[in-house]
Ligand binder design. Structure first.
Ligand code: APR
Ligand code: ZN
Length: 240
């Protein structure tokens, strides 16, 4: 029997996605045994100190991920969320921890990337210039451009120890949500892992979708075990 989640005309849906939703598109997750963090030390490629110490290694890591991301295609899970957004309109909000653009490429519009975006770069000295579109796969540090202030550009990625993006909007959307759907995240990184607790505090239904229970599984009113690309297409029932 396939599980379904009812959505009524009064429901406001907040969706949080993690690396798991892109797994069936061929992109590696972080904490699987063959994941991204298995091959790289976080402190070497995803911290402000790493950026100061070895910008070449940071750009090598993110250029490799840009190349992987460009090869990947959205999967049925991405399309199911874009379809749900079309049905719910402004009663739908998507926050992703992912830095790939598979949600956009499947049609999602009402979304924020709280950990940044692979397809953008920004000033490495944080001078205040806004991020710019940049999909270049750099082969050497010498190829990386400069900001108008003269600083080297960095990936528009939130490093560990930095503040996630769009938190004001995210908190406001969680406060309005009557249903939180969390897809494909291990619940090991904050503040994203606490969103489910915030939603439960004001009585929202909270649903997790993934092949294994997340660390914060006890906070969910409903856990649907399975792959996102197989579960999401038939998950949402009701008037919307
Ligand atoms: N469908 C759904 N979920 C899946 C699938 C799938 N096909 N395959 C794997 N998963 C689940 C795994 O069970 C795991 O719980 O995806 C989750 C991936 O967990 P992580 O690798 O920890 O990735 P994530 O939770 O997104 O990491 C959060 O940590 O390293 C930082 O900034 C990085 O955004 C990232 C954050
Ligand atoms: Zn600058």
């Amino acid at each position: 029997m396939t599980e379904t989640i009812s959505i009524s005309a009064n429901d406001r849906v907040f969706v949080l996605t993690g690396a798991g939703i892109s797994a069936e598109s061929g992109l590696p997750t972080f904490r699987a045994s063959d994941g991204l963090w298995a091959g790289h030390a976080i402190e070497d490629v995803c911290t402000p100190e790493a950026w100061q110490r070895n910008p070449a290694l940071v750009w090598e890591f993110y250029s490799q991920r840009r190349a992987q991301g460009a090869e990947a295609q959205p999967n049925p899970a991405h399309y199911a969320l874009a379809d749900l957004e079309r049905r719910l309109g402004e009663r739908f909000f998507l926050c992703t921890q992912n830095v790939d653009d598979l949600h956009e490429r499947s049609g999602s519009v009402r979304l924020v990337h709280m950990h940044g975006e692979l397809a953008k770069s920004r000033c490495g000295d944080e001078c205040g210039e806004p991020p710019v579109e940049d999909r270049t796969v750099y082969k050497s540090l010498g190829e990386v451009g400069r900001c108008s202030c003269g600083a080297r550009m960095r990936p528009h990625i939130v490093f560990f120890g930095e503040i996630p993006l769009e938190m004001g909007r995210i908190e406001a959307e969680i406060d309005k949500a009557t249903l939180m759907l969390v897809v494909g995240t291990s619940g090991s990184v904050y503040p994203a892992a606490s969103f489910v607790h915030w939603a439960r505090q004001h009585g929202a239904r909270t649903v997790y979708v993934g092949p294994e229970k997340p660390l914060n599984a006890s906070a969910f009113t409903h856990v649907v075990e399975g792959k996102a690309g197989e579960v999401l297409p038939g998950l949402f029932q009701g008037t919307c």
